[in-house]
Design a binder for this molecule. Sequence first.
Ligand code: HEM
Length: 302
Amino acid sequence: MARRLSIPGLVNLLEVSDAREIRELDAEPGIDRHLAPAGGLINRLRLARLRQALVFDDQPLPALLPREAQGRESRHAELGQRLDERAEATAWRQDPAFKTLVEAVAGQAEGEALGPAAQGLLGRLFHDEYHADQESYAAARLLNAYPRINVLRALGQRVSGRLGRARRLLAERARAEPLALHATGIAVHNLVASLAAMRELAASPQAHGLSLAAVMGRTLSAPETLLRRVRRPLSTPCAPRRLEPDDLVVLRLADAARGSGDRELAFMGQSWARCPAQSFILALLAAVWEQAMTVQQGGRGA
Ligand code: HEM
């Protein structure tokens, strides 16, 4: 159900967590992504947090760019094509990190191994020598959490230099390439959350009887929220009152996708901002699950 929060000068936002409403609002040409300061105080603070964490060299990371940002569509289409080819070629199964993911999901390696292994595997889609470890994964966790932590903690992380150090480390490892930074700093968390859910499911007695579709339906993790901004006055059945320029629209994607098994929605597959990694991530998750089940069966048979 939609929730409208409106206190003039302070906050103006609309939150939706229904799949149909998310799709409707996302398809509105008058609603876009934009991080420039605007709106009431709380709207501005929220946008400032995103800029502090996710703008590198004056450029927002790819999944925060406005529709019309120069080159966005072609760069992401090109990435999508490259990743689709990778998904089919399955060469990434030779990456040692793939074995670690399989073992962790099968319960034969610590769950903590998932983060650095997933980050390394994603990083090496961009640079063969990408190196991930506990330190780079902790940096990615800090970066991803920063927009949502309380004001005092955020201030502490800025003043102490922790945020700056995390950003520098991630940028260095990704050679400051925005798509590699997005994959290893932000997108990696949905992959890790999906794998962690698989690990839990794999430990349950019913795991071996489940179809792949059922496993994906239970474990695929979507981003918690997507942020949009109203660019021109707009009346929509999703909001009780007209939306005004600079109102924020929060799409609560994880709530809508949770347990629905709707893979298109988890990747915003019908959106102008659809995830170019959808096929690759689904192929990777399917391969990890299948191998983990084989490893477990081998272990039982031995
Ligand atoms: C389980 C893993 C993943 C999930 C569930 C996921 C989901 C999403 C979603 C929902 C969006 C839409 C954002 C919006 O509408 O504002 C998105 C965008 C994007 N994702 Fe992913 N993603 C995942 C992994 C990845 C990976 C590994 C990469 C890179 C290798 C990636 C690259 C991108 C890019 C570049 C965009 C921006 C698309 C655009 O605005 O044109 N994603 N992703």
